[in-house]
Design a binder for this molecule. Structure first.
Ligand SMILES: *Cc1c(COP(=O)(O)O)cnc(C)c1O
Length: 320
């Protein structure tokens, strides 16, 4: 299956009037610190608090009448759950979300608050993909996976499209990397709109399967990485996302948890915004690679802002 920039343009049309066109923030102080001109595409201000609304809404918009009637199923403990739940509510589609029984209470109640039915499972003894698949088969539900799906990838690509439409061509773009939906969609937009931009995927240092996959030319599977970047605790890239990433990406780099915390403090202290740990991957990499970026125009996709306040406060608090 080939996914192209035309699919991103179609997704942008479907999202109009439903997704927010998120702001692009700049900061002279951060620019001076890094020595480059930075443009932050702030998806922490997207509906439900992360870019994932884009892909989920695009995918659900494309359901036919029968799929709409039967409903959607998704498995996720994080932002994809809320994205599918909210999109389904807007479109009048019944939604079932498979979540671990020990998922944060705030996330479960947010998902239920959007009207979805939450099915709990035990993450240590049960396989969520198998549960999702069997529910799909039994009740005729359509499964929407978090990243390895053409309509999800096309939707995620609309954030980078909006960024370049607004600020013009960039020398480099940094994109958070989990399963690769955001990165592969961004690559489709960048290669069409600003082809000479160097695009970097940024993943947690504890889970560098993307980097290892790029180097080895095949999808590397890892154990769930231990990192504060809970939105990027994926174990492997997808077949569709990897095909685009291996062809188009310039490189994949990593950020440590300490670097994520430092970036989170910059967002809170200087830009005055709440960014979840995973959303800090791009800025963390930019700060580490500052010497290579001097004088350049650099885009950073800030992927989300869903972190509960107690956790946020303990992460940004001055070191003891
Ligand atoms: C899902 C998610 C990511 C990773 O996106 P992929 O498409 O899986 O690579 C990054 N940041 C946030 C906030 C997310 O929710």
């Amino acid at each position: 299956m080939t996914i192209t920039y035309a699919d991103v343009e179609d997704a942008a049309t479907r999202l109009r009037g439903h997704a927010h066109r998120t702001p692009v923030l700049t900061s002279t102080r951060v620019d001076d610190e890094v020595g480059a001109r930075l443009f932050f595409k702030c998806e922490n201000f997207q509906r439900m608090g992360a870019f994932k609304f884009r892909g989920a809404f695009n995918a659900l918009s494309l359901f036919d009448d029968e799929q709409r009637r039967a409903g959607v199923v998704a498995y996720s403990s994080g932002n994809h759950a809320q994205a599918v739940a909210l999109s389904a509510r807007i479109l009048g589609i019944p939604a079932t979300i498979v979540m671990p029984h020990d998922a944060p209470a705030a996330k479960m109640s947010a998902t239920r608050g959007y009207g979805a039915t939450v099915v709990e499972y035990d993450r240590y003894t049960q396989d969520r993909e198998a549960i999702g698949r069997s529910m799909a088969a039994e009740h005729g539900l359509t499964l929407v996976p978090p990243y390895d799906h053409a309509d999800v990838i096309a939707g995620q690509g609309t954030a980078a499209k909006e960024l370049i439409d607004e600020v013009g061509e960039l020398d480099a773009l940094f994109v958070c990397l989990g399963g690769g939906g955001l990165l592969s969609g961004s690559l489709l937009s960048v290669r069409a709109l600003s082809p000479s931009t160097r695009v970097y995927g940024v993943e947690p240092a504890a889970g560098d399967d993307g980097l290892r996959s790029l180097r080895s030319g095949r999808i590397v599977h890892i154990d769930t990485p231990v990192t504060i970047a809970d939105g990027a605790q994926t174990q492997h890239l997808g077949a569709l996302t990897f095909e685009i990433i291996r062809r188009e990406v310039d490189d994949i780099v990593t950020a440590t948890d300490d670097e994520l915390v430092a970036a989170m403090r910059v967002f809170a202290g200087t830009l005055k915004i709440v960014v979840e740990p995973t959303g800090c991957l791009g800025l963390a990499a930019v700060r580490r690679m500052a010497a290579e970026l001097t004088g350049q125009r650099v885009g950073v996709i800030v992927s989300g802002g869903n972190v509960d306040l107690t956790r946020f406060a303990s992460l940004v608090a001055p070191e003891r």
